[in-house]
Design a protein around this ligand. Sequence first.
Ligand SMILES: Nc1ncnc2c1ncn2[C@@H]1O[C@H](COP(=O)(O)OP(=O)(O)OP(=O)(O)O)[C@@H](O)[C@H]1O
Ligand SMILES: Nc1ccn([C@@H]2O[C@H](COP(=O)(O)O)[C@@H](O)[C@H]2O)c(=O)n1
Length: 233
Amino acid sequence: MSAVRENGVIVAIDGPSGAGKSSLTKLLAQRLGYIHIDTGAMFRAVALMARRAGIAVDDDARLAELCRGLEVSFVRDGENCRVLANGEDVSREIRTEEIGLLTSAISARKPVREALLTMQRAMGTKGGVILEGRDIGTVVFPDAEVKFFLSASAEERGRRRYLELAARGDQATLEETIAKVIQRDKQDEGREHAPLRQAEDALPIDSTTLSIDEVLAVMENAVRERLAQGDKG
Ligand SMILES: Nc1ncnc2c1ncn2[C@@H]1O[C@H](COP(=O)(O)OP(=O)(O)OP(=O)(O)O)[C@@H](O)[C@H]1O
Ligand SMILES: Nc1ccn([C@@H]2O[C@H](COP(=O)(O)O)[C@@H](O)[C@H]2O)c(=O)n1
């Protein structure tokens, strides 16, 4: 395990869609005073811009060009974080199920992964940061000091997403939502570049029957234990 960095440790949280990564990352970052980086939002911003520009999912040359001209950034807005693509606030537009599925296809392309890998490493390398995604512990920061793999059954993840969509007034059924969750997992696990998988040294947490607070307690304890080890780790 590497030593603690300039601003603290790097915490990697990976796992399938709807496992609770964003919710837990946000809460854990507040507890620790760390920066929260939602790498899924970065891929979603690329997908949104590609769709607007009419770029086909398999057009690697145009995707590479798009990424070269795209700056994705985060700005704090009270408790929340807004996602900017070339300065435009796209926080809401990137959160539809349609963009989620498109993102899953576009994030499988090599030029997209390479471009975002460079951005993510630049954002996190000093530590004091929690990154959530699919490949943080395996590819982006394989030397992260603390790694979690957060999962839950597909039915429970679909149910959670369904409740979220219903609260927003979305008409999707529970069955459709579960099916989309399973489809996205399949795409993310089956791709050639940086597929979703658990790092060997990650702590697995199955949240199917755990509350958000229970998961948070497990994570916070693990990070604080690592911090207490300091440079001895
Ligand atoms: N342990 C839990 N118990 C109950 N609900 C939960 C739990 N964890 C997360 N949720 C709820 O499940 C939904 C999905 O959580 P969240 O968006 O954090 O997942 P995610 O892993 O970031 O998903 P995605 O990768 O698709 O962005 C949210 O509505 C959240 O409040
Ligand atoms: N490190 C990551 C993060 C995300 N993706 C892809 O983006 C999609 C959307 O992610 P959310 O976490 O916002 O749901 C996801 O399905 C992945 O395809 C990724 O590849 N790597």
